[in-house]
Design a protein around this ligand. Sequence first.
Ligand code: CP
Length: 310
Amino acid sequence: MNLKKKDLLDLQSLSKEEIELIIETARPFKKLFTQSIKRVPTLRGKTVALLFYEPSTRTRISFEVAAKRLSADTVDLAVSTSSVQKGESLIDTGKTLEAMKVDFIVIRHQESGAAEMLSDKLKVHIVNAGDGTHEHPTQGLLDLFTLKEKRGDIKGMNVVILGDIAHSRVARSNLWALTKLGAKVTLCGPEALVPQELGKMFGKQVRIEHDIAKAVRSADAINVLRIQKERMMDGLIPSFPSYTEQFGLTSKILKLAKKDCLVLHPGPMNRGIEISSDVADGSHSVILEQVTNGIAVRMAVLYLLAGSKV
Ligand code: CP
């Protein structure tokens, strides 16, 4: 079995089997990390271009490490010093990279649908590394990989997604992946940041709860989202202290969840705002394991796309 499409744009359009294939393919790649030589020749001769229009630490570096561990070459287009600053369009930039015979373009862009637009126009493999508020598929996959590694079966798990759901591409990718694999998801956050229609879209598997104490009760995992500072400017959050008071994940709140509840965060974290430092660094936290797993999952994505039928 392989992936059906040449690109990874979202998790909405992937089947449960394709999601499981990526997770299963990532497992042996992770085992490689404990060996002295962490590299396989699988993608030797291929080139992965990183095209990031928005800041990133984890996703950009982990795609670069993933490509290098597969023996691919990487080129990192520094958008701030590129011809994008002279007004070159996204499509012309993509076509320019394609003319240089790169094999993959990994793109992060502030506009939802940017990756799909490149996918429609170009023959190279496109990987969405986060587009606007739409999706961040490899983040959803690495979150799933982490949950599966820790707990085995996702079916029936109670997963809470906590924070700014409305603007979060991570939340959307998690929702698609978790519901396809049979988890029960609770969306928790201020009313202004949790769209009612998301609850309706996913039916009975997803519920909305604005009381954090009720949301985390019997949670197997809590995925805490970053509060985006610009949202406070939009008037959607009255103040950081009031947000922290009502929706911050502290050890006191975590005690209400299951004893072995996992705490995830896609990063970067605002310590002391959406998550307290003792929780972020505590025994329930798998935040740094998510980072490690991100490399294995991205290796699996590049490997599988290279073998997909174009
Ligand atoms: N989780 C995530 O996308 O982090 P970066 O913005 O650092 O890539």
